[in-house]
Write a protein that binds this ligand. Structure first.
Ligand SMILES: Nc1ncnc2c1ncn2[C@@H]1O[C@H](COP(=O)(O)OP(=O)(O)OP(=O)(O)O)[C@@H](O)[C@H]1O
Length: 261
């Protein structure tokens, strides 16, 4: 794992959350969540439905603002960014993989266009180079080059998800948010996608925050885990440690309920 250092030589986390809290009226979305994410690290967030995973992810990714707490990216206070700066960050350094590929793709635009569009958003202008890079990325996510002019609506669910991943990663982001990236796919398709994701994360040295209710997904991808219940983090630690020797009764229940399936 690479550690970023400041001019004074002190290590800084890539993303640092402190006391993040988001309420919906009287209801708690997430409460007092703190963690550091280091460059090249994959953090898994698990918990049952309604435990606050999506709320936390949307606060981290800037889709909504927390009511309390602080969030620093690379030592900078992201919550005080202007809307334009935040959008720039989401187009360049950050990426967001939605559970439903339709939410992360432009369905009326060709596969190549979907990948090329993000390159153009970060300043690429040379058509030939954009198409070449898009073709290369389609290959990296195992989509045949001959499908470059097809629209995503002509793709299977697994292909659409791989295309969404290519669209997100083509600009070489440093931090990727993933919301149940394998949810809604057949088991065999999930396994292939997980394998692909694991390779890309490793090869590109990506930092990732991944939300899932599937412990098999975090077992394969995440270095570290946070377990959420009723908006609170009840347990966190190295993935294998948490899953093999859960300390909190709720984590024990989560792990044992998977074993019984
Ligand atoms: N827009 C909203 N308005 C009101 N309450 C909300 C809203 N979004 C989430 N909540 C509430 O916040 C709590 C956390 O929900 P959240 O969707 O973050 O959990 P989750 O772990 O992501 O669940 P799931 O796995 O089902 O997506 C729940 O009690 C939920 O009802």
């Amino acid at each position: 794992m690479k550690l970023e250092t400041t001019l004074t030589g002190t290590a800084v986390p890539l993303l640092s959350a402190k006391g993040l809290t988001r309420r919906y009226g009287a209801r708690i979305g997430c409460a007092d969540v703190s963690f550091d994410l280091w460059p090249g690290e994959v953090l898994g967030i698990v918990g049952e439905s309604g435990s606050g995973k999506s709320t936390l992810l949307s606060c981290l990714a800037g889709h909504q603002n927390p009511d309390q707490g602080s969030l620093e990216y690379d030592g900078r206070d992201v919550l005080s960014f202007s809307e334009a700066d935040r959008r720039r960050l989401l187009r360049s350094d950050w990426a967001y993989v939605h559970q439903n590929p339709r939410d992360g793709l432009r369905m009326g635009v060709s596969a190549g266009g979907n990948v090329g569009e993000r390159l153009m958003a970060t300043g690429a202008r040379h058509y030939g180079q954009i198409r070449e890079t898009a073709t290369d990325w389609l290959g990296r996510v195992e989509i045949a080059a001959e499908r470059i002019d097809d629209r995503p609506s002509a793709f299977s669910g697994g292909m659409q998800q791989r295309l969404q991943i290519a669209r997100n990663l083509v600009t070489g982001p440093r931090l990727v948010f993933m919301d149940e990236p394998t949810g809604g796919l057949d088991v065999s398709v999930q396994a292939r996608l997980l394998d692909l994701l694991r390779g890309l994360v490793r090869d590109m040295g990506l930092s990732v925050v991944i939300v899932t209710h599937d412990l098999a997904v975090v077992r394969l991808l995440a270095d570290r885990l946070m377990v959420m219940k009723s908006g609170h983090v009840v347990e966190s630690g190295l993935t294998d440690q948490v899953l093999d020797d859960p300390q909190h009764a709720y984590t024990q229940l989560l792990v044992s309920s998977v074993l019984q399936v």
